[in-house]
Design a protein around this ligand. Structure first.
Ligand SMILES: [Zn+2]
Ligand SMILES: [Zn+2]
Length: 186
């Protein structure tokens, strides 16, 4: 197909246009959109009328999906969500967590290897005031999982206190009740 044919088809056949767009992600190089595989001379032939193709920025798409309350309120993500309830947004063609995007948009880049912990325990919240960058271990211990609940417990399942005298720390880093250990051995 020649460029002229392609251009004509592109202007008349909406289905074709949608298909081609699906296979040729447009690249934004500082203001104007271009098709990566088209040569420099042909970019003009493929040039797209502004208004039809101009895609909203990440910022625009992000704020369009946020039910933003006050500074201290949870800002609820109204767009797509993961099964765990975390907001999802497309960033550079890949799905990303909306709360991570929020942090990057409003706070700064997330230090490598760190996760964002929701201090408000509301996974769909994207208020960066409610997010703290922590290690995955910190995140697990703060969560609602079994490890976290065990780590927070002040007494063993039998009701013995986890105090200085009664607590045994096995080499694996876990925690055991000495009274129960002795009862198991007896
Ligand atoms: Zn929140
Ligand atoms: Zn015990």
């Amino acid at each position: 197909m020649t460029c002229a044919d392609y251009r004509a088809k592109r202007l008349t056949d909406m289905a074709q246009r949608a298909r081609i767009e699906a296979y040729s992600p447009l690249v934004c190089d500082g203001g104007s959109w271009r098709i990566p595989w088209a040569s420099r001379t042909h970019q003009g032939a493929f040039a797209m009328p502004i208004g039809i193709y101009k895609r909203p920025s990440l910022k625009e798409r992000f704020w369009a999906k946020v039910d933003k309350g006050g500074l201290n309120d949870c800002w609820i993500w109204t767009g797509g969500k993961s099964t765990a309830g975390y907001g999802l947004i497309s960033v550079n063609g890949k799905m990303a967590y909306a709360h991570r995007s929020a942090y990057e948009l409003l706070v700064g880049s997330i230090p490598e290897g760190l996760q964002l912990d929701h201090l408000c325990r509301n996974p769909s919240c994207v208020n960066p005031e409610h997010l703290e960058a922590v290690t995955s271990q910190q995140n697990i211990l703060r969560g609602e999982g079994a490890t976290a609940q065990h780590a927070r417990a002040t007494h063993c399942p039998q009701g013995h206190p986890y105090n200085l005298v009664n607590t045994y720390y096995p080499p694996d880093g876990s925690r055991e009740c000495r009274t129960c250990r002795e009862e198991r051995r007896a």
